[in-house]
Design a protein. Sequence first.
Length: 342
Amino acid sequence: MMRIDWIDKLRHFLQTMAFSLTISAVQYAFRPERPYEVAMVYSMAIGFCIWASIDFGRHLFPSTLETGWPKGRAGVILPIIGIAMGYMLGTLVSDSWFGWSSWNQGLPELRLSLLITLVAGGSITYYFYIRNKAAYLQARMTEARQHANEARLKLLETQLEPHMLFNTLANLRVLIGIDPQRAQDMLDRMVAYLRATLDASRASSHPLEREFDRLRDYLELMAVRMGPRMRYTLDLPADLAAAPIPTLLLQPLVENSIKHGLEPKVDGGAITVRASRDGALLRLEVSDTGVGFDAATARSDGFGLAQVQERLATAYGERAGLQRESTPGQGTSVHLHLPLTP
């Protein structure tokens, strides 16, 4: 048996009553000699009986997913029977209320009353039919859009992983020739890093604490290569540890800080990754004390920054953003803001 959504039923009832009041107002406007209360009671009683007959009666038949409406002939016969039954029952209830019989009125009056009921009942039935179909299609579109976004994020992530690995392997190749022991340490760090991130890389998002753990593994890996020329600080408040973010979101920014900020600087510098709360927003900052750049000749910093911007847009739309600031000789800061809840 189909589960009845009582909230939806209440919404349909209130819309039907509003429609019935509109009909009674139109009737009174054309026939002001009759008391408005009469038109209102008959209109609401008939509207209620038609709504109850059709909206509850449709659950007795197999329905389509698109509209929740009975399939085949039942979808045509049900509103016809519902309108007829609603008219008779609503008229009987109203007659009892006022203590007279509407069936004794003349044929033209009865014909007009039937015509109004058929037009009104058919219109409101069609309205609910189209509304349910539109709601179903909207839900399907939302679901398809969500699946597309998830697939796109996974594609972006598969592009990020090789990017990091290629950079690390290139660095490892250089160290093998000049410092085999440091190359061995770096290889051990890389194996540990890959083992720790294998499970996390299979998900589209993970807690911020896990993102910081992965950054720590990566920065320890880079520290083997750069030695004392690189220092780092990770600042994650305990109340933000469980906040969900896309996987590998911050790592490309850290890579940019090392490649474009610290490596070109003779004495290196420091990297700081910080998280903070701003109302309903999560603020993330990746800053370095590297060479910086001049805004007039600013670069995009290539693949990493573009991927971060695209992933934010895909996951959060206009609710997230990225800003970058830099001063030549003093370093660069990248600020991200995104909603704390997806």
